[in-house]
Write a protein of this length. Structure first.
Length: 390
């Protein structure tokens, strides 16, 4: 299939001859009203009703015990890892195939990543590979799971639901229980993705969501820590709000805290975006279906949700037949004003993580060399269909 046919298909889908970005936010709900309300009330910062409202909306949508809103997804991940007991000198098992924020968060806690391969089905952490790594190199002791070659503690496993496709969580959870390791889900990309009916980020001990401008919905910048118990929720909120003990006027902080709370003005945007999330999810599913049909008879393989899950299809992706086809597609689509992107460079190729402990990364390397992301902004197909009829 020629790149030109792909460009034509995407232009036809989005009904435009202008530049087509990979993913941009849409504000066609109550965004302006709610943001204006914060300006008019002067409650733009750490006090105001929208933060609580936003957290409650996320709690009812995901079914988590407590959602704690933060300034961004990296901060949410940092807090989640801290709550899961990760400390200086620990090892954390994660994917080399991820966005750098996953590793930055644990690096700044003085922990180190251990890279294990992903599954070709989910594009996320492979349970079999995690178990094989642990069987070969770890032992459970009284102080936790110890990595035998270094003597370091393996405190957490952090799978990432790549492009919104859920990893095999039951299997990972069983492995974490067997090896006495915490499970923290990097669900930054997977708001609206469900694993066997449960929302991603609510199955491990903690989960982190992101509301950066390129995610399925945005708060400008923002994140959420998903906590599986209300006690953990109370402690997480305490940590993200400078660990201040409530008092009418005294300043007393009982542990080192973070100033990670989401400002009210950002939460206002989030409340409006939550009102349209269901329609975005529906539109993205429809868009993914169109891509799947279009590529079904081609040499490109469309990445579909795993059979056990319902994905939000945050970013649509195809696997190219070879590396040359990938280079050609990237070059020709971008030159034609249709934005496509390769997947991230694997984490162990970045200078700060090149010495990290790692297992075989064959699937990660294959995906790195073959995958291309396609424009994925949700669109209202009914509007386009009406336009076609007239
Ligand atoms: C977006 C993202 C993050 C971080 O979110 P920010 O809000 O940008 O800090 C973390 N992990 C993954 C996999 C992401 O895609």
């Amino acid at each position: 299939m020629k790149s030109a046919s792909i460009v034509e298909f995407i232009r036809g889908t989005y009904q435009t001859n202008e530049f087509i970005p990979l993913h941009v936010p849409r504000f066609d709900g109550n965004e302006k009203n709610y943001v204006m309300e914060t300006l008019e009330s002067t409650f733009v910062s750490s006090v105001g009703k929208f933060v609580d409202n936003f957290e409650h909306k996320i709690e009812s949508f995901t079914g988590t015990a407590k959602a704690v809103a933060t300034v961004n997804g990296t901060a949410a991940l940092h807090t989640a890892l801290y709550m899961a007991g990760v400390r200086q000198g620990d090892l954390v098992i994660t994917q080399a195939l991820t966005f750098v924020a996953t590793c930055n968060a644990l690096h700044h806690m003085g922990a180190e990543p251990v890279f294990v391969d992903v599954s070709p089905v989910s594009l996320g952490l492979c349970p079999k590979a995690v178990d094989a790594f642990l069987c070969e190199q770890a032992e459970v002791t009284e102080t936790g799971c110890i990595h035998k070659p270094t003597g370091k503690r393996i405190q957490a496993v952090v799978p990432m639901h790549t492009f919104g496709h859920p990893v095999e969580l039951d299997e990972l959870l069983a492995i974490c229980q067997k090896w006495n390791i915490a499970l923290v889900e990097d669900a930054a990309e997977s708001l609206g993705s469900f694993y066997k009916g449960k929302h991603t980020g609510t199955i491990g001990d903690f989960g982190a969501l992101s509301f950066n401008g390129n995610k399925i919905i945005t708060t400008g910048g923002g994140g959420i820590v998903l906590c599986q118990s209300s006690d953990d929720g109370v402690h997480t909120k305490h940590l993200t709000t400078t660990a201040k003990v409530p008092h009418a006027y005294e300043f007393f902080h009982d542990e080192p805290g973070f100033n990670y709370r989401m400002p009210n003005i950002n939460a206002a945007l989030g409340c409006a975006q939550m009102e349209v999330l269901d329609s975005y999810l529906q539109q993205k599913r429809q868009l993914a279906g169109r891509y799947r049909d279009f590529f079904s008879d081609s040499e490109y393989k469309f990445v579909s949700e795993p059979s056990y899950a319902q994905s939000n299809y945050w970013l649509n992706a195809i696997i190219c037949p070879d590396q040359e086809a990938r280079e050609r597609l990237l070059k020709e689509t971008n030159a034609a004003g249709v934005m496509t992107r390769p997947i991230w460079k694997l984490m162990h190729r970045l200078p700060m993580f090149e010495n990290a402990i790692r297992a075989d990364l064959n699937n990660s390397e294959f995906i790195e060399a073959h995958l291309v992301n396609l424009p994925s902004t949700p669109i209202k197909f009914d509007v386009i269909e009406e336009r076609n009829e007239s």
